[in-house]
Structure formats: C-alpha cells, structure tokens
Design a protein around this ligand. Structure first.
Ligand code: HEC
Ligand code: HEC
Ligand code: HEC
Ligand code: HEC
Length: 507
C-alpha cells in the first residue's frame, strides 16, 4: 500500500471507528424502546441536523488529526525543551548528555559494531575483499589499498586517524571536517581558511570528540543548525539561502554537512589550500557535478592502467536522496535514520543513527503498513537489483581500463586515446556515484539504475574505440585479461601497473 492509500485507509479506519463508537454510545444510552421512538420522529428535525453537523465536524477533525500524525507535523514543529544554555562551542557530548540523557544514551549506541544487514549495518566490512574489481578501478589511488564500510558516528575520529596512518601522504586538516565536534570550535579560533590549510597531524591533540551534539544543534536554543561552512557556501553558489530552509529540510540538511560529494580546492592566487568545496554550483545531479569538474579540468588521480584522469566520488548520499521518491514526498534522513522512540511515556528522537533495517518498526512502519519482513524483502529486492547492475558496470569498466592499456602497449599515443579516456571518465564517475553511495541504491532506485546503465554503456563505447585503435595496428584478437579473481591477485596486477611494469596484454 502506498502512503497515500495508507493515509486514506487510516482516515477511513478512523471514520469507521468513530461511527462505531457513536453507535455504541447511542446504544448504551437509550433502551431499545426509546430508540424505536426516536427513529419514528421523537427528535425535532433541527436537532437531528445539528447532531449530523456535529458528527461531520468531528469526523473531519479526526481525519485531519490522522493526517497530521502521519506527516508528523506535531513532532517536527515541537520546539526542543532547553534545560540550560550550553557554552557556545561545547564539544563534549557527555556534557550535553547531562541535560539530555535520553538523546545522549541513544547516541552512545552508535558504538555498537556487530550489527549487519544484507548490504549494511555497522561492522568493519572490507569492500575490497568482497569485490576485487574495485582494486582495479582505483589502481593508482589510496582506495585500492583500504576501503572499509562506514561505522557509527562514535568512531569517526578513531577511524580517520587509522586511515591517515595507512594512506600517506594524508596531511590535509580538511579531513577532520566531517569527523568531530571540535571542528566548529577550531574554525572559530583559527579561521576557516587557516583550519583547512593546517596539517592533519598537527591537530591530532585538538580533535578528540567524535561527531555529536554540537555538529547539529545550537547549544543555546538546541535548534538544528548548520555548523559546516562548505554546505552554507554550496547553497550560496547555487543562488540559495540555507537560512530559508524549512524545519523538515533541516532534518536532512544537518546530515548533508557530511554525507555529500566534495573536493579540496587549492588556489594559490585566492590564498586557498585544501579548502573544502561541494561541487554544486551547477546543481547536485551527477551530470551537473561532472560538468563542474570538467570545467576545472579536475581529477583526483590518473588511472594507473588506462591513464584516464578520474574523479573519485566520496559518498553523495544527500545528492542521490534528492532524486528519490522519499525526498520528493518530503521524508527526511532523520525520519528513517533517527525515528521517534517512546520511553516511560516520553517521546524523543532516537540518536542511534544506524541502518533503518535494524529498527523497521519505528522507522518505515510508521508510514508503511507492510509487515516487517515484507519491508526488509522489498528493500533487499531493490538493493540486489542495484548490486547486479553495479557489478555489470564494474566488469565493463575494468575491461575498458585494460583495453586502453592494450592500445598503449600496441603503440597508440595519448592523443589517440583522448576520446576513449573521456568515455571511461564519464562512465566511471557514474558507477562511482552509486557505488560510493551508502544504502546500495535504496535512496533512489531509478536514478541508481539509470546511472549504472549509462556507466556500462559508456565503458563499452570506450572498448569499441580501443578495439578500433588495435585493429588499425593489425590486432584483431581481444587482449589477454589478467586474473583478478581475488583481492591479492588484483592488487599485484594494479601494483605492477603503478610501477610501470604492467602485465603484457596483447594477444
Ligand atoms: C525512506 C527512508 C530513508 C531515508 C529518507 C534515508 N535513508 Fe539512508 N538508508 C535507508 C535504508 C533502508 C538503508 C539501507 C540500510 C541497509 O542496507 O542496512 C539506508 C542506508 C544508509 C546509510 C548506510 C547505513 C548502513 O548501515 O549501511 C547511510 C550512511 C545513510 N542511509 C544515510 C542517509 C542520509 C544522509 C539520508 C538523507 C540525505 C538518508 N540516508 C535518507 C533509508 C533511508
Ligand atoms: C547528526 C545530527 C544530530 C546529532 C549529532 C545530534 N542530534 Fe539531537 N537531534 C537531531 C535531529 C534531526 C533532531 C530532531 C529535531 C527536530 O525535528 O526538531 C534532534 C533532536 C534533539 C532534541 C530534542 C528532543 C528530541 O529528542 O526530539 C534534543 C534534546 C537533542 N536532539 C539532543 C542531542 C544531544 C544531547 C546530542 C549529542 C549527544 C545530539 N542531540 C546529537 C540531530 C542530531
Ligand atoms: C559531522 C559529519 C557528519 C554528520 C553531521 C552526519 N554524519 Fe553520518 N557519518 C559521518 C561519518 C564520518 C561516518 C563514518 C564513521 C566511521 O566509519 O568511522 C558516518 C556514518 C553514518 C552511518 C553509518 C552508521 C552505521 O552504523 O552503519 C549512518 C547511517 C549515518 N552516518 C547517517 C547519518 C544521518 C542520517 C545524519 C543526519 C541526521 C548524519 N549521518 C550526520 C559523518 C557525519
Ligand atoms: C515519513 C513517512 C515515511 C517513512 C518514515 C518511510 N516512507 Fe517510504 N514512502 C513514503 C511516501 C510518502 C512514499 C511515496 C508513496 C507515493 O507517492 O505513492 C514512499 C514510498 C516508498 C517506496 C516506494 C513504493 C512504491 O510502490 O514505489 C518504498 C519501497 C518505500 N517507501 C520504502 C520505505 C522504507 C524501507 C522505509 C524505512 C527505511 C520507508 N519507506 C520509510 C513515506 C515514508
């Protein structure tokens, strides 16, 4: 049942219940003889009409109440109760927790690390072990060495410190931006530009508190607020003002401070080093993001096998969500990931941000009257289809990288490969837009399938182009593709290319 039908049927239920109730009251109040009397004209017409009128008003009011509960208008317009104003940049979640124990205790549950769902949950899943094709797609870049699934917010500082040790050089303080409540304080002290330009390792002692209260709330009023300048600036670049966002939009925008695509801008003339920018000036759709990067001739790395300049996507969760049905119907990130909970008669927002599949009853089932198993099956059904399309796109892209390398081994020049590399760049960014997204496409199934389909198509076009270049040189057999069936084998192949000693691919 869709939520629309759901709402209609609930209104219908309410109406039916109301009428049953009225009937019961009537039956309880009058003995059957009186009822017979009344039905034969005991009450004057005006009284009957008045009762009817009242009944209509009651039914309409109950209907409206039902709708407003469904849309959670009451909850979302409820101002938070401020116990006492906190210090402006208070980074310590435990201090906030003294006044808001329920929110704090539920927040602390983001420490749980042993939950798993088919494609998500909170345990250290290593994407490269599961899918060695990604080692090839990121050849020449850090992600080909280490790519772990995200964990709860509580671990953000710990996990980025570990990654920093693994992937060197990793010196931009900018990497702290989405990890800690100490960031707004440091930006205020140091200046935003100066914060970004600092060395990551120099701030290790300053940045200790993981993502928390300060990141999303005003310490004086507890209202939701945006603390990260990159999001404010991205709105300005789009000609919008984030201060005009509705309360319901804020319930997603607090997440969009971090769960987005971004890059570090360095521009000596403008005095910027590693300045955090969301590439939204032309819009948030993939095509608009790519047009933005193309105009800057931006790339994160040159692919070690095909020589293609690649833009690595980070995790454009918010951008993909914007293209989906829930965003269209004004359902926010918090509606699914921070649903309401009741404890001892007190209703509060569950701050255990996690996979909603671990909490279906409080998240999805509030709006969808499908059974829990059915909800899980529907989500997994969507995700499995997206995964299939994703693996197909990967296979085509991996082949494309090798095909381009084969043409180089056959003596093709960089000039010859311009068009083929352009196709691979456009294909890989589409694949990565979905692959790097959390939720395996659930946030927008149609957009996910569209982009993965285009990714495969662009990769195949690049392969046709490569085949043409090989044929020109008298080679008509397909290249010999190396074995990349395990992470180990794929890493050896990638590293050989990085070292300039790639496997011989020509037949
Ligand atoms: C309609 C409900 C819904 C909305 C709205 C929603 N999500 Fe999700 N989200 C899901 C589901 C379902 C999953 C898949 C969870 C899984 O596979 O275990 C998911 C997965 C995720 C994950 C990965 C979690 C994990 O355990 O793997 C992240 C991160 C995430 N969403 C962030 C967001 C952000 C940020 C927004 C808003 C921009 C958002 N979501 C909006 C339902 C939603
Ligand atoms: C990722 C963003 C985020 C973080 C981090 C966060 N909150 Fe919230 N908080 C929200 C959202 C969203 C709501 C719902 C607010 C609304 O709709 O008005 C909320 C609501 C609240 C409320 C209002 C009462 C309620 O439960 O609905 C309190 C109090 C609160 N949070 C305290 C905290 C405390 C204490 C922390 C740190 C331990 C914290 N929050 C961390 C996003 C966040
Ligand atoms: C200050 C930056 C920041 C904000 C704000 C933020 N997140 Fe996150 N989120 C992260 C980072 C970083 C991780 C990965 C942490 C790790 O793996 O150590 C993460 C992880 C997650 C996960 C995975 C947790 C798990 O157990 O699988 C979910 C789900 C999620 N965030 C949803 C949200 C939602 C919904 C919001 C808004 C209500 C939000 N986040 C706000 C930075 C942020
Ligand atoms: C606040 C209400 C709300 C919440 C919470 C919510 N949804 Fe929805 N969902 C909607 C609305 C509204 C639609 C659009 C229905 C329509 O327009 O017919 C929708 C549509 C869908 C659809 C597409 C239905 C179809 O027939 O195409 C799926 C699947 C879905 N939701 C799954 C989920 C899951 C899974 C969750 C929990 C992770 C969830 N929803 C949470 C309101 C919600």
């Amino acid at each position: 049942m869709t939520a629309g039908e759901d709402r209609a049927s609930r209104t219908e239920d309410t109406r039916r219940r109301t009428e049953d109730g009225r009937q019961r009251n009537v039956e309880g109040a009058f003995p059957s003889s009186v009822r017979r009397c009344r039905s034969s004209g005991f009450l004057p017409l005006w009284a009957g009409l008045m009762i009817l009128g009242l009944a209509v008003v009651v039914v309409v009011l109950l209907g409206l109440l039902g709708i407003s509960i469904l849309e959670r208008r009451w909850e979302t317009q409820r101002p938070p109760v401020v116990v006492r104003p906190l210090q402006q940049w208070e980074p310590n979640n435990a201090v906030w927790g003294e006044d808001y124990p329920r929110e704090y205790e539920s927040y602390l549950r983001t420490r749980i690390t042993d939950t798993r769902t088919k494609y998500g949950g909170s345990y250290p899943r290593d994407y490269l072990d599961i899918d060695p094709q990604e080692v090839i797609l990121f050849a020449g870049y850090g992600f080909s060495k280490d790519y772990l699934q995200a964990r709860g917010h509580y671990f953000a500082v710990q996990d980025v410190t570990k990654t920093a040790r693994l992937i060197r050089p990793f010196n931009a303080a900018t990497c702290w931006t989405c990890k800690s409540t100490d960031v707004p304080r440091l930006m205020d002290q140091m200046g935003v530009k100066e914060f970004y330009a600092a060395n990551f390792h120099d701030l290790t002692k300053e940045v200790t508190h993981p993502i928390g209260c300060q990141d999303c709330h005003d310490p004086q009023t507890l209202k939701l607020r945006i603390t990260r300048p990159a999001l404010q600036e991205a709105f300005v670049a789009m000609g919008r003002n984030i201060n005009e966002a509705t309360h319901q939009e804020m319930r997603s925008l607090v997440c969009a401070q971090c769960h987005v695509e971004y890059y570090f801008r360095t521009d000596a003339k403008a005095g910027l080093k590693n300045y955090l920018v969301f590439p939204w000036a032309k819009g948030t759709a993939l095509e608009e993001i790519l047009a933005y990067y193309d105009a800057l001739e931006y790339s994160d790395y040159v692919h070690a096998i095909s020589g293609t300049p690649i833009v690595k996507m980070q995790h454009p969760d918010y951008e993909l969500y914007l293209t989906g049905i829930h965003s269209y119907r004004n359902v926010s990130c918090a509606d699914c990931h921070m649903p309401y909970r009741t404890e001892g008669g007190v209703k509060y927002t569950d701050h255990h941000v996690q996979s909603p599949l671990l909490n279906i009853a409080n998240s999805c089932a509030v709006c969808h009257r499908w059974g829990e198993d059915e909800i899980r099956t529907r989500v997994e059904g969507i995700q499995t289809k997206v995964e299939t399309a994703r693996l197909a796109a990967e296979e085509a892209l991996v082949r494309a990288h090798f095909d381009l390398a084969a043409t180089l081994q056959a003596g093709a020049s960089a000039q010859d490969l311009t068009e083929a590399r352009r196709l691979v760049r456009r294909g890989q960014i589409r694949w990565d837009f979905i692959a790097s997204n959390n939720g395996m496409g659930f946030h927008s199934p149609q957009e996910s399938m569209r982009l993965l389909g285009e990714a495969a198509n662009l990769a195949q076009q690049a392969r046709v182009e490569a085949a043409r270049l090989l044929a020109k040189r008298g080679i008509t057999d397909p290249p010999k593709y190396p074995d990349i069936s395990t992470r180990q084998k794929a890493s050896e192949v990638a590293q050989a290319f990085v070292a300039g000693q790639g496997t011989k691919l020509l037949p």
